[in-house]
Ligand binder design. Structure first.
Ligand SMILES: C[S@@+](CC[C@H](N)C(=O)[O-])C[C@H]1O[C@@H](n2cnc3c(N)ncnc32)[C@H](O)[C@@H]1O
Length: 193
């Protein structure tokens, strides 16, 4: 039977022993910032930077991004496993739109998030276990959306083939055995303008 999954399948809160651990998974996670300071330092070949901000602070994020990126040239905006942290759909759509509107024609938007879909093929017990680990392990809510709602992030943009699909089906490498299953994590890529 196909299951209507309620799993929260984004980044996984795991300790070195492989066991789920509690962490502060907020937008200002100090561990994430420590890694960013250590690793996102840039090189002569290419500049890399991070902004210590909440996504709601669109103006500040864009202003600081402008210090490193030329926003008159095409940009790739990637929101991976993040918009599920904004349970209100209108708020989430408005935020993505604010960033998309700041980008020039020829830019791209990529979004990947947990979804609820009847086409997802997963063992219901596995789904229940994922959900339990997630809820025990993190403090920041993460809400998977219907595929229909998830697809709205790309409203008005030109979706690139194969459109909005399970991450396992977005231009997969050929496999010799078996087939890719639909997972409760969907993604899409669209051209802006
Ligand atoms: C599920 S993790 C995904 C992380 C990473 N993009 C990945 O794919 O591995 C969600 C991320 O969203 C960040 N996040 C959640 N709410 C946020 C907010 N309001 N502003 C900025 N970041 C936020 C969290 O700090 C976390 O790093």
């Amino acid at each position: 039977m196909r299951t209507r999954s309620r799993t929260r399948p984004s980044c996984w809160p795991e300790g070195a022993d492989g066991r789920a651990r509690r962490r502060n998974d907020e937008g200002n996670d100090p561990l994430v910032l420590a890694h960013a300071r250590a690793l996102l330092t840039g090189t002569d070949e290419g500049r890399t930077a991070f902004v210590d901000a909440d996504l709601h602070e669109t103006g500040r994020v864009l202003d600081e991004a402008r210090e490193v990126l030329d926003l008159d040239r095409p940009i790739a905006l990637m929101l991976m496993g993040t918009m599920g942290h904004f349970p209100d759909l209108d708020e989430a759509l408005g935020l993505v739109r604010a960033y998309v509107d700041a980008l020039p024609t020829g830019s791209f938007l990529a979004v990947c998030d947990g979804v609820l879909s009847d086409s997802v093929e997963m063992d219901p017990e596995q789904v229940a276990e994922f959900t339990r680990i997630w809820e025990d392990g993190v403090t920041l809510p993460y809400v998977p959306r219907s595929v229909e709602d998830f697809t709205r992030f790309f409203d008005g943009l030109d979706l690139v083939e194969p459109g909005v699909v399970s991450v396992t089906k977005w231009r997969p490498e050929p496999v010799e055995v078996g087939r890719a299953r639909d997972l409760p994590q969907y993604c899409g890529l669209a051209r802006i303008g």
